[in-house]
Unconditional design. Sequence first.
Length: 116
Amino acid sequence: MLAEIIYRKSQQVWRRTIDGSYGEDIIALRREPALPDAVPLLQGVMRAGQVIPPVPELARARQQYATERAHLAEVYRRLEGGAVYPVRVSAALATLQHQVETALWQYYQCVPAVSA
């Protein structure tokens, strides 16, 4: 659907840290200004068919995972009885999603049904 394309191609995910632990993620439009006290998570991995930057060695990837996991509060790491990590959509992205959904709904209301 068109809304999924908008999400994939023009978004950025921002992560806020609170007292040394990950506090929330915000999915926003890429063109929105940087969010205060948040770091961007999405980075390009390919350009013109080439991988950028080089893929990290397995040991480095494991180390990065351990570091990232340590910043996640214990309540979010539980397999059972854990809490749902807070992720929200920015107001601008929510507005765009609503506009796209409304336009699609109006379009499909005007298209005649195809009989089998």
